[in-house]
Write a protein of this length. Structure first.
Length: 413
């Protein structure tokens, strides 16, 4: 067993998602098997083939931020700041990290997209004077991380990366490396995205990736189901606090779970399609188990990437069977995107916190809308309702556009 100063743990959680404005509400929604997907209200989608999304409803930035900060920041940044505040408070660190040796790793996949669309439209209407002075700054990929750092008084490393749908998982892997390298004592880590706009949906429609189940939005996201017809685009921010176990114990912090290790690989195959063999996704899972000192039989839970697209779900199932062999049939494999839709940059962080909570509480949220088995997806997807069961070790997968695979493993402390 590594020394406590070599072990990294989760001590705080925060979220703003289609299931609620806190992590507690989000987790309760996941366990209840509740869908946060509904008709789009962010813009008039009546002329689009897809008119549903996972919107964060009831969020008013004025409840949390002064007008000047609202005007200068993107919705993705606003969601991230609120989720980060919850996470650090949950970790027992208050709301101000000034004076602590702290860092931020806050990733995003499509941050800035709404600001680019809105500013382009404003320019076409009124020229240069119609473009907001904060447009460029608010649209930068690193700005959500910087807004969190400003809000919390973090003066250590501030890092932001874009790995498409693997962004939120990579944030925790990078945070773990930051802590073990001694670059910080506390890291605020996670992901955020908020890009429910007409142009985004037009582009995703052209790509033919979205579900068109407009008449039954809460049943639209159907990971691993034979009748799945695409993913549901969503928004949200999920953030956690990570630190070395030695520090957490020294300050008497509550510890949720240990971040045992992780790995990244690249399919190097296609810009949106996964390698159909699943071999490089499998390699990331295998490397994660090796680096976490786990045997395949040690793992009880996999929080799947599970997008509800034909190719992804089939390939992920293949990858799990390649790694786990006969033990794959004993795995509980859950797909939270069935309830939240795809949170894009925040999806991997949500999946990571789900793993930690399942270890702590002994319950696995379900994959909802799984009603018609697909012969190519033949694992135990925890259909319909949550399952009470002991979870020793859990793994989460994230597979991003461009073939970026990122996997993490979690265990008890």
């Amino acid at each position: 067993m590594p020394e406590d100063h070599e072990r990294v743990v989760l001590t705080g959680m925060g979220a703003v998602t289609p299931l609620g404005l806190t992590w507690s509400a989000t987790w309760s929604g996941l366990v209840a098997g509740r869908s946060g997907i509904d008709k789009i209200t962010a813009f008039d989608a009546s002329d689009l083939p897809t008119r549903i999304a996972g919107e964060v409803r009831g969020f008013d930035p004025a409840d949390f931020l002064p007008v000047k900060r609202i005007n200068r920041s993107s919705r993705a940044s606003q969601l991230a700041v609120v989720a980060a505040r919850e996470a650090v408070a949950d970790a027992g660190l208050g709301t101000d990290l000034e004076g602590l040796d702290a860092a931020v790793v806050l990733n995003s996949a499509v941050s800035g997209f709404p600001e680019i669309q809105a500013s382009t439209e404003a320019y076409e209407r009124g020229g240069v004077r119609a473009v907001h002075p904060s447009f460029v700054a608010s649209s930068l990929t690193n700005m959500a991380a910087c807004e969190v750092a400003i809000d919390l008084g973090v003066h250590g490393p501030v890092n932001a990366s874009a790995l498409a749908c693997a962004s939120g998982t990579h944030a925790l892997l990078e945070a773990r490396r930051t802590l073990l390298a001694g670059d910080a004592e506390v890291v605020v880590a996670g992901g955020t995205d908020a890009a429910i706009t007409s142009v985004m949906f037009a582009g995703l429609t052209a790509m033919r990736g979205l579900s068109r189940s407009n008449d039954s939005p809460q049943e639209a996201s159907r990971p691993f189901d034979a009748e799945r017809d695409g993913f549901v685009f969503s928004e949200g921010a999920v953030v956690c606090v990570m630190e070395r176990l030695s520090r957490a114990r020294a300050r008497g912090a509550r510890v949720y779970a240990e971040v045992l290790g992780g790995a990244m690989t690249s399919d190097a195959f296609h810009v949106v399609a996964p390698d159909p063999t699943g071999r490089y996704a499998a390699r990331a899972i295998s490397q994660t188990l090796e680096r976490s000192r786990l045997d395949p039989a040690d793992v009880d839970l996999v929080c799947a990437h599970g997008t509800s697209t034909q190719a992804n779900d089939r390939t992920e199932t293949m990858a799990l069977r390649q790694v786990f062999g006969a033990h794959a049939d004993a795995l509980a494999v859950t797909a939270p995107k069935s309830m939240t839709g795809h949170l894009i940059g925040a999806a991997g962080t949500l999946a990571s916190l789900l793993c930690a909570m399942s270890i702590v509480e002994g319950v696995v949220p379900p994959t909802i809308n799984y009603t018609t088995p697909d012969p190519a997806c033949d694992l135990d997807y925890v259909p319909g309702t949550a399952r009470e069961m002991p979870v020793r070790y859990a793994v989460t997968n994230a597979f991003g556009f461009g073939g970026q695979n990122c996997v993490l493993a979690f265990g008890p402390v």
